[in-house]
Write a protein that binds this ligand. Structure first.
Ligand code: GDP
Length: 424
């Protein structure tokens, strides 16, 4: 049997605009709740003279999940005949941004919830802007609480116009807007008589038609060397190169290039313990042996294939930097960082602009990044490093800035700087 597809959706929106209610509704209306859960919460509310709220469902699920572990976001599952869904509610969204930039989390899609009565708030904009930086492909906007505005089309349309304008200013186009009432369950799974003027898809229909395209296997080959293990085979000391394929595929016999060293070799064997394979694909963690038993191979090198697009090798690059630590990031101060599996020391030599994430049109000039600022920064490393540009190869364009043992900032490389970068 084919494995069921799972779509990860991040739900965002200003507090009280109805995110939890919406998620509760989606779970309930797709019959995805644990047996008896809905009834139990309704009974509890009745007993305690509380009015039942769909948002309670989420609270209850959160509480269950939190037993014994700390979580920063609730994770809810629902499923349809077609596939499985995971909704991540990202209230502490800076944590979410950090996880997305560093690649710890992935999201395929996002639902932005806007309260029809309250309209667009700062957070709604900030979230939209962040989505654009993170490059989340599928975005839809649920205009909620339509019941509070008499289901008026005019209100919906004007919100749509305003927010579409904003989203397109940050590069997010092709966004569906759906008028809903999460509380009443209108246009979520079931259509609503009150919203007859709306001929578009319901929220669930919208979600169901999202296309997940993992382009990773189709792209040019990339593998960051994670570890190099020595082993002896008869008299020979051999090396096995371990790493996870970020992009593309590799076959036994392929010619490969190591960057930044520039050395070349070809693949002798591919192992996924305990098997030897002819080829491997993006997403697989593999061991490789190469034809020459070179000793130059060390963790941090990036493998690509000869004849395909090679990564950049340069000391300088331009990047989006998202700063998390309390103490500000200072220009010209050296920081420890990791690009893929490379350990580097870098400095921000120039901050071209600091984006106020609440209003991307509002660009300020500062010589430091304060907590939660996003800067477009010129970065210089102490030696040439290898990387890709984020628009093509997100996974190999990421870096984290590390202070002691925690992440103080993270970023996505936009492009190499100087035409001096070493060509291989
Ligand atoms: P969150 O902070 O975004 O998760 O918001 P909640 O889901 O907790 O909802 C905030 C409040 O708005 C609650 O009192 C909900 O009952 C209410 N609410 C949510 N959706 C709707 C809706 O469609 N119509 C109305 N009238 N109230 C809603």
């Amino acid at each position: 049997t084919k494995r069921r597809e799972q779509v990860t959706i991040v739900s965002i929106g200003h507090v009280d605009h109805g995110k939890s209610t919406l998620i509760g509704r989606l779970l309930a209306d797709t019959n995805s709740l644990p047996e008896g859960k809905l009834e139990a919460i309704k009974a509890y509310c009745e007993k305690n003279a509380k009015v039942f709220e769909y948002a309670f469902l989420l609270d209850a699920l959160k509480e269950e999940q939190a037993q014994g572990i700390t979580i920063d976001a609730a994770r809810c599952f629902f499923k349809t005949d077609k596939r499985d869904y995971l909704i991540i509610d990202a209230p502490g969204h800076f944590e979410f941004v950090k996880n997305m930039i560093t690649g710890a989390s992935r999201a395929d899609a996002s639902i932005i919830v806007i309260d029809a009565k309250e309209g667009i708030r700062e957070n709604t904009k900030r979230h939209g802007y962040l989505l654009s930086i993170l490059g989340i492909a599928n975005v839809c906007v649920a205009v909620n609480k339509m019941d509070l505005v008499n289901y008026e089309e005019k209100i919906f349309r004007s919100l749509q116009e305003e927010y579409t304008g904003f989203l397109s200013s940050v590069g997010i186009t092709e966004v569906s807007f759906i008028p809903i009432s999460a509380r009443n369950g209108e246009n979520i799974v079931h259509r609503s008589e009150n919203l007859r003027w709306f001929s578009g898809r319901t929220l669930l229909e919208e979600i169901e038609q999202w296309k997940l395209e993992d382009e990773s296997p189709k792209k040019d080959f990339r593998l960051f060397v994670q570890d190099v293990y020595k082993f002896t085979e008869g008299q020979d000391e051999r090396r096995i190169i371990a790493g996870t394929i970020d992009y593309g595929e590799i076959h036994v016999g392929d010619r490969v290039v190591f960057s930044p060293s520039g050395k070349k070799s070809h693949i002798e064997t591919i192992e996924i313990f305990p098997h030897s394979l002819e080829r491997a694909y993006a997403g697989q963690s593999i061991g490789l042996t190469i034809s020459d038993n070179f000793y130059y191979v060390s963790p941090g090198e990036l493998l690509s294939k000869e004849g395909e697009k090679e990564p950049y090798v340069s000391k300088r690059f331009l990047a989006h930097v998202f700063w998390i630590e309390n103490a500000p990031l200072l220009v010209n101060k050296p920081y420890q960082a990791k690009i893929g599996t490379q350990n580097v020391v870098l400095r921000i030599t120039n901050i071209q602009k600091v984006i106020d994430s609440t209003d991307p049109q509002n660009i300020t000039n500062k010589d430091k990044l304060e907590r939660y600022d996003i800067g477009v920064c010129v970065i210089e490393n102490t030696k040439p490093v290898v990387f890709d540009a984020g628009k093509d190869f997100k996974k190999t364009a990421r870096f984290v800035i590390i202070n002691e043992y925690h992440i103080s900032g993270c970023g996505i490389i936009l492009e190499p700087l100087e035409d001096k970068f070493v060509s291989l």
